[in-house]
Write a protein that binds this ligand. Structure first.
Ligand code: TIH
Ligand code: FE2
Length: 294
């Protein structure tokens, strides 16, 4: 699930109970009736979901499983070159299928014993405070549909490839899982919308799009880079800035394009010291002070 409101197809539920996902005319699946039918059926599952239920089983077409297989293969090779060690080890630990789309319930069943995280389905946009807040309890809101087969290398719209290959693999790491939890705690603790935005932007520039120095090479750990075999080839050429809370909390970004400003952690320890400690302790006042000076 995406963390901000910019890119989510609206989901409409009719009085007769039918569910329609309103894809924009620019969406690659707009004119594909079969794809739209899948999107509607999958959104209906999430709308009827009650907390505590097992995640409902989603049906995918053979073509959709092929998209997963293609992207998994492309990404596995690129992760070896571009992903940090912590992510590669966690991916190995989770052991997701590569030839078919896993059910979200299966993702949960694998993840929960490792780090206590569970997946719950989301039909569309989840309000920021809810999306982040439940991370503190080990719940991750996830889309269940897959990107259109015509554009497998990148989507501005978070899909199950992003949620699972990007986020679930990351959440199989104890160190990352703790960072997600403290981010959730921060989102619950802060009161003002401005402070929540700040917390959310720090998440964007770290757990979604963070890069890290590892043995003198620049590697990626952000789930948004790690789920796109188009974007992952480009991040080293972007405007790479030092890890800085105020800069991350205030820099604008455009979700519909490859991210051209990225923040580099010098090490995992630095990420935990700077960003983990911030989320673990921040409140409205400390964020206001960060915004006020220099
Ligand atoms: N661009 C990512 C991908 O193609 O996998 C998905 C997203 C991540 C964050 C926002 S959208
Ligand atoms: Fe994400």
């Amino acid at each position: 699930m995406f963390e901000e409101a910019q890119y989510f197809a609206p989901v409409a539920k009719r009085e007769d109970g039918s569910v329609t996902v309103e894809l924009a005319s620019s969406h690659p699946g707009f004119a594909d009736a079969v794809y739209r039918e899948r999107r509607n059926a999958i959104a209906a599952l999430a709308l009827n979901y009650q907390p505590g239920d097992p995640v409902p089983h989603a049906e995918y077409t053979e073509e959709e499983h092929q998209v997963w297989a293609l992207v998994s293969r492309e990404l596995a090779a690129k992760h070896q070159r571009y992903a940090i060690r912590e992510f590669l080890d966690a991916t190995e630990r989770l052991g997701l299928p590569k030839d078919h789309i896993p059910q979200l319930q299966e993702v949960s069943d694998r993840l929960y014993p490792l780090t206590g995280f569970r997946y719950i389905p989301a039909a569309g946009l989840v309000p920021l405070r809810e999306f982040y807040g439940v991370l503190a309890d080990g719940y991750f809101h996830s889309t269940q549909y897959i990107r259109h087969h015509s554009v497998p290398f990148y989507t501005p719209e978070p899909d199950i490839i992003h949620e699972v290959i990007g986020h679930a693999n990351t959440l199989a790491s104890d160190r990352f899982a703790e960072l997600y939890r403290v981010a959730g705690g921060a989102a619950r603790r802060v009161e003002s919308e401005d402070a929540l935005q700040f917390v959310s932007k720090v998440f964007w520039f770290t757990l979604e799009f963070g890069v890290m120095r590892e043995a003198s090479e620049l590697k990626a750990y952000g789930a948004g880079i790690l789920s796109s075999y188009g974007e992952i080839e480009e991040f080293r050429g972007m405007d790479i800035r030092p890890l800085d809370l105020k800069a991350m909390g205030t820099t604008e970004y455009d979700i519909t394009k490859y991210q051209d400003v990225l923040f580099e952690a010098m090490s995992f320890d630095q990420l935990e010291d700077v960003v983990g400690s911030f989320w673990a302790t921040c409140d409205d006042d400390s964020i206001a002070r960060l915004l006020a000076d220099g």
